[in-house]
Design a protein around this ligand. Structure first.
Ligand SMILES: Nc1ncnc2c1ncn2[C@@H]1O[C@H](COP(=O)(O)OP(=O)(O)O)[C@@H](O)[C@H]1O
Ligand SMILES: [Mg+2]
Length: 630
């Protein structure tokens, strides 16, 4: 027999429902179930069931309801004589239910037991349980949550006792939902976790753990920008509702998401299972923290000087440029951490490649980070008013506390975003304000607006940092730090030759080496998928006629210009013109001795793989790579 109170009261005997009579009679059962094995005095019972609407002669009704309940329930117990379900005691009644005969108690026991399991899961790294064990725990939680049929103790009114118990059960249910999400995360079901967390954070906007898990789920689902958005929303909510800052854990999490720290990554369970099976400790790739930034000390010092200048009240600008993956965001992130330690408030806006991003989105993000109000009337007819308003908001805030504003990836900025930045650069009154921007350079197709801005910053004597690839030594050190094993100088040179020290590429190869255990020399012989994607994105920016020439040059292999011109069927001057965007984008090098040299062997190999062998095939259309991104 089981009494069920997680919804309108029900009794089931071997799954069969037991008839419980009219509403008040059922309510009396629910009221007794609120505190099983405890005497409930008649006046309390009346209070719980009738509240203020108590009829005149209520006690006889209670007695008759109880007696009919007894007739329904006692037969359900084999030893009914020695141990009846409903017992009369002086002044009241008692429902003699074992813990496993009341669904609320079973729910509670199950949820707390499973919570101990979930609590044992490490924040990062392989869980101590196998995939099967995790799935079994999740199934049990599904079963426990399935016991809910509606509002608990639905037959009772809003008395304090009933409400308190409902609240307690609701908390347990939230705990179960949260634990379920943690299990999904451990199982690698990041998307499902993110969806569930989006609804949980809406219901519980002040529960930081939920927001943290949501940011982790989004990051693991490859949505780093959304993860940062979510943390910005939390920061704003906490500020507005409670006037407090997010906990240090969440602040660390935000930095970790920005830096894409290793421990955020999901550890595939295959590994975990193997580790459990063989009893060997799992690899320690999941240690918190990230590898250090190599060979950026000088730039860091320059930026610190800019920060110090801003701290004296001088509005200061800086721009960090370099090709994709060179480490712009990393430099900015490290700066943001130092700035916060120096008492600056940091606002971060990133421009998005996403065509759907609304205009001024980076500024909105940045203001949200700072907890500043956005435009009160976004529908203002004159855009100038809106832009000026944004500038004013920032300047006012800087007057209160030193500010660091970061605008990352400006090569994707919308026009209004750049306009606001220019207005800010033209603002006459100095403020303790450091504005650091970043964009890709050499930019394949510089927009006029970005060019104008760069010139404008130049006039303001903005600090300009052009990031270069790491040296062969730096490349070797980064490989060793990421892969967690010694790297020979020959291996370091091989990776450097392949990547030109672009950290993103170096990291991709080092991860591949760590994953496969292969030597770096073998690993660089192939193109890891993320690298291929990066190269494809860069190539996709080039005009089609450049493509054709590049394809030929790659097929011929570092050919001299005359041969390329010959195959393409035009003069060397035309070939040079067409290669110019590729040179500006850093794909081919300055053409010396009339040779076409690729800056990266990866690009050359990729082009080769994609270009059909016969000239006729490529001549009549863009090479396939380009088509794939058209
Ligand atoms: N100097 C460096 N030393 C070590 N790792 C670096 C360095 N610069 C960047 N990285 C790493 O390389 C990857 C790409 O860097 P990122 O800052 O995202 O490049 P960008 O913003 O220029 O595209 C990140 O994983 C980052 O942590
Ligand atoms: Mg970046």
């Amino acid at each position: 027999m089981e009494v069920q109170v997680l919804g309108p009261v029900e009794v089931r005997d071997d799954e069969k429902p037991v008839a419980l009579g009219p509403p008040k009679q059922r309510a009396i059962l629910a009221a007794l179930a609120l505190s099983p094995r405890t005497v409930v005095p008649i006046d309390r019972l009346v209070d719980l069931v009738w509240g203020d609407a108590m009829p005149a002669a209520v006690v006889p009704s209670v007695q008759s309801y109880v007696s009919r309940l007894r007739q329904a329930l006692d037969p359900l117990r084999p030893d009914r004589v020695s141990r009846p379900v409903l017992v009369t005691r002086t002044g009241g009644y008692l429902l003699d239910l074992a813990d496993d005969e009341l669904d609320a108690r079973r729910f509670e026991a199950e949820v707390t037991a499973l919570h101990d399991v979930v609590r044992s899961l490490p924040e990062s790294g392989p869980p101590p349980l196998t995939a099967e064990e995790l799935a079994a725990a999740e199934a049990r939680l599904v079963g426990a949550l399935g016991r809910w049929r509606g509002m608990p103790y639905a037959d009772l009114g809003d008395s304090t006792t009933a409400s308190a118990e409902r609240g307690r059960l609701a908390d347990l249910r939230d705990l179960a939902l949260e634990d379920q999400v943690a299990l999904w995360l451990a199982l690698g079901d990041h998307r499902r976790a993110a969806l569930q967390l989006s609804s949980l954070t809406t219901t519980h906007p002040l529960r930081e753990r939920l927001w943290g898990l949501r940011a982790i789920a989004l990051t693991r689902d490859g949505r780093q920008a959304d993860a940062l958005d979510v943390l910005a929303v939390l920061r704003r909510t906490l500020r507005e509702e409670l006037g407090i800052e997010p906990s240090p854990e969440l602040q660390r999490l935000q930095a970790a998401v920005l830096r894409q720290e290793e421990w955020l990554k999901w550890t595939p369970l295959r590994q975990a299972v193997a580790a459990v099976a063989t009893g060997t400790p799992a690899p320690t790739t999941a240690a918190p923290g990230i590898w250090p930034a190599f060979e950026r000390e000088r730039h860091a010092a320059d930026l610190d000087a800019a920060l110090a200048l801003a701290a004296t009240g001088q509005t200061t600008f800086a721009a960090v440029t370099g090709e994709a993956g060179i480490g712009r965001t990393r430099v900015l992130t490290e700066l943001a951490v130092r700035a916060e330690a120096a008492g600056f408030r940091v606002g971060w806006g990133r421009c998005s490649q996403d065509e759907d991003a609304p205009p001024l989105h980076p500024w909105q993000r940045l203001l949200a980070d700072l907890g500043l109000p956005d435009d009160p009337e976004p529908t203002k007819a004159d855009p100038f008013d809106r832009w000026g308003h944004l500038v004013d908001v920032v300047l006012d805030a800087a007057a209160e506390q030193p500010l660091l504003l970061v605008l990352d990836d400006l090569h994707w900025a919308d026009g209004p975003t750049l306009r606001v930045l220019r207005l800010l650069a033209e603002a006459p009154d100095p403020r303790p304000l450091l504005v650091v921007t970043s964009w890709r350079s050499p930019h394949a197709r510089p927009t006029n607006a970005l060019g104008d801005l760069a010139a404008n910053l130049g006039r303001r004597h903005a600090l300009r940092i052009e990031l270069e690839g790491l040296s062969a030594d730096g490349t070797r050190a980064l490989c060793a730090a990421v892969a967690g094993r010694p790297v020979t100088s020959a291996e370091g040179r091989a990776v450097h030759a392949r990547t030109h020290g672009v950290p993103y590429l170096v990291v991709a190869y080092a991860r591949e080496a760590a994953r496969t255990g292969a030597s770096f020399t073998d690993v660089v012989a192939s193109v890891p998928t993320p690298v291929a994607e990066l190269v494809r994105r860069r190539l996709a920016l080039l005009p089609p006629e450049t493509w054709d020439v590049l394809a030929v040059a790659a097929a011929l292999g570092e050919a001299d210009l005359a041969r390329v011109a010959d195959v393409v069927g035009s003069g060397p001057d035309v070939v040079l013109d067409r290669l110019e965007p590729a040179r500006a984008a850093g794909i081919v090098q300055e053409m010396e001795f009339d040779r076409v040299t690729f800056t990266s062997a990866i690009v050359r190999d990729m082009l080769r793989q994609q270009v059909p062998a016969s000239r006729a095939a490529w001549r009549h259309g863009r090479p396939r790579l380009a088509v794939a991104h058209a």
